[in-house]
Design a protein around this ligand. Structure first.
Ligand SMILES: [Ca+2]
Length: 257
């Protein structure tokens, strides 16, 4: 997946041109303010991050290391953990109607559990890769590493519709971890420090958030990987982290003029 970083540079070039209009719509650009620094398990290759009933959950990837965790927000302590067989590379996760859905990267299988008991309730097969997962409260919303985001029926996992995500008319590839926030889909763009805010009806990027520098150089090691992980709590507070990052951040956005 590291090879994607080369291609991500192309996307960065696109961002440099942002803050212009796309088909008559203005694309806003944001920086960030760190409101709170929280601990994060530097052993977690973060793939899914979300709150449910005030509790933070995280899915983590890599073959032989994949897990799903219930995490104490303030201490970062893993309070409950489920490990996956080494055949599976866990990806994005979310809860809808009391069911926990966890994607796998190339295994083409979405596991379903009861979020209260973590008992397995079944699984769904799908084609292509699984990357990010979130929900608007009705559908599952899934990314697959391309510029497409697919809305799925949570009972059947059948696709309902697909949006093609564009920034100023250009495809935005490598859409990764997702979070549905106030009527928009926020998506990490793999290999970059950017989050794009997407119109769920049209796929157009309404805003770009640049989080460059949020994890300071002195906090980085040779094992530190890319920004990934967006979660919003019941108060509308937004949290971000990254793969093997030692910190998670509660942020607010600062619009760039
Ligand atoms: Ca998320």
């Amino acid at each position: 997946m590291k090879t994607l970083l080369r291609n991500a540079a192309i996307f960065c070039c696109l961002l440099a041109l942002s803050s212009c209009s796309a088909n008559g719509q203005t694309v806003k650009t944001y920086g960030y303010k760190v409101e709170e620094v929280l601990p994060h398990d530097a052993g977690s290759y973060t793939q899914g991050l979300f709150f449910h009933d005030g509790v933070l959950y995280e899915s983590a990837g890599q073959y032989g290391q994949s897990s799903f965790r219930q995490v104490d927000l303030k201490t970062g302590r893993v309070e409950r953990r489920m490990n996956f067989d080494r055949r599976y590379f866990a990806e994005g996760s979310c809860v809808l109607n009391g069911k926990l859905y966890i994607l796998t990267w190339r295994e083409q299988e979405c596991f379903v559990y009861d979020i209260a008991t973590w008992e397995k309730r079944g699984s769904f097969r799908y084609r292509g890769e699984g990357w990010g997962l979130t929900t608007d409260g009705k559908s599952l919303i899934m990314s697959d590493g391309t510029s497409d985001i697919t809305f799925l029926n949570p009972d059947t996992f059948q696709p309902e519709r697909t949006i093609h995500v564009t920034l100023r008319g250009q495809k935005v590839l490598y859409l990764n971890e997702l979070e549905y926030i106030k009527g928009e889909i926020w998506a990490n763009v793999y290999g970059t420090d950017q989050i794009v805010r997407i119109d769920p009806a049209t796929g157009q990027v309404r805003a770009v958030i640049n989080l460059r520098g949020i994890l300071p150089a002195q906090q980085r090691t040779s094992g530190t990987d890319v920004l990934n992980g967006i979660a919003v709590d019941d108060h509308g507070h937004v949290y971000v982290t990254g793969k093997y990052w030692p910190k998670m951040y509660r942020i607010t956005l600062v619009e760039k003029k």
